[in-house]
Design a binder for this molecule. Structure first.
Ligand SMILES: [Zn+2]
Length: 114
């Protein structure tokens, strides 16, 4: 088990294991957020936050929503807004313990090309 937390601690996301790799995507939003993604099946992830402690953002085709802490502003994860065959989601690996993050292999994703 591994828990990602925002800066103020209001939002916690617990995943079953360390990711094998983390993804550095070069699309317009990921570069501005400065995030690294760890992918999981949504059913494997536990969320600890009330609706009042998160805000979200969707853009373009609105296929995903990006969720952040309403208090400290850290981007925590994205979830799909419509069913998808992969049924996956992304947790911002930068909100894991820095020691965990340091040892993970980063994969570059050319999201800007999609
Ligand atoms: Zn926070």
């Amino acid at each position: 088990m591994l828990t990602a937390t925002c800066h103020c601690g209001a939002v916690k996301v617990t995943v079953p294991r360390k990711p094998r790799t983390i993804t550095d995507c070069n699309c317009t939003i990921c570069t501005k957020y400065g995030v690294l993604w760890a992918y999981y099946k949504e059913s494997m992830v536990q969320f600890e936050a009330s609706a009042a402690t998160t805000d979200e953002y969707s853009w373009g085709r609105k296929a995903q929503r990006f969720v952040r802490c309403a208090n400290c502003g850290c981007i925590m994860y994205w979830r799909r807004l419509a069913p998808h065959p992969q049924n996956n989601m992304g947790v911002n690996a930068r909100t894991f313990d820095p020691e965990v993050l340091r040892k993970l292999r980063i994969v570059q994703l050319d999201g800007a090309a999609f």
